[in-house]
Design a protein around this ligand. Structure first.
Ligand code: DAT
Length: 176
């Protein structure tokens, strides 16, 4: 895929589970008409989940198969890719990478409300405390395309949507 052929940017929305990736991606896709690519759903839909990981109580993702399927989807741009991981996508796919962040107490409440308990809950809170996804994004993409967005409150949610919409408008001015 040649990035020069994209007429719209591709955006990656990443972060620990519960930080608000789906909420942001859905609102953003309604505003921009960009396609929302929920990677967990695509993995299920296209049978990219392999045998069960007993430690984490979730299936392994067949990354190569998933990437083959997604390659055609992202070729023309105009995609919002939403996933709690970011180091296995080809770097050339994305023009902007947004790492969504949430404070520990809000994240704890959101994940508990989702029914997470024990190790699964603790691992996800630790993941946020250790800035695992921020570091993963910073080591996988050029620093100038990685942006961190705090998403604790409704006000921040709307301001984050506006920030990304404005970023898209700027990208269009600079690239078309
Ligand atoms: P993710 O897709 O990262 O797992 P989500 O979008 O499902 O996260 O959000 C998790 C929960 O948090 C969900 O109940 C919606 C809520 N939420 C998201 N953003 C929020 C915000 N800025 N303020 C308050 N609640 C928020």
């Amino acid at each position: 895929m040649d990035t020069r052929k994209r007429i719209l940017p591709n955006i990656l929305i990443t972060g620990t589970p519960g930080v608000g990736k789906s909420t942001i991606s859905r609102l953003l896709s309604e505003r921009t008409k960009f396609a929302w690519r929920e990677v967990s759903k695509l993995a299920e839909e296209y049978n990219c989940l392999d045998e069960y990981d007993p430690e984490y109580n979730c299936p392994f993702l067949n990354e190569d198969k998933l990437l083959d399927i997604m390659e055609g989807m992202v070729a023309k741009g105009g995609n919002i890719v939403d996933y709690h991981g970011c180091d296995f996508f080809p770097e050339r796919w994305f023009d902007g990478v947004f790492v969504i962040r949430t404070n520990n107490t809000s994240l704890y409440d959101r994940l508990s409300a989702r029914g997470y308990t024990g190790k699964k809950l603790e691992d996800n809170i630790q993941c946020e405390i250790f800035e695992t996804l921020l570091e993963e994004a910073q080591s996988s993409y050029k620093p100038e395309i990685v942006q961190e967005l705090q998403n604790n409150t409704e006000d921040q949610l709307h301001s984050n949507i506006n920030t990304i919409v404005e970023w898209i408008e700027r990208w269009k001015e600079e690239n078309i």
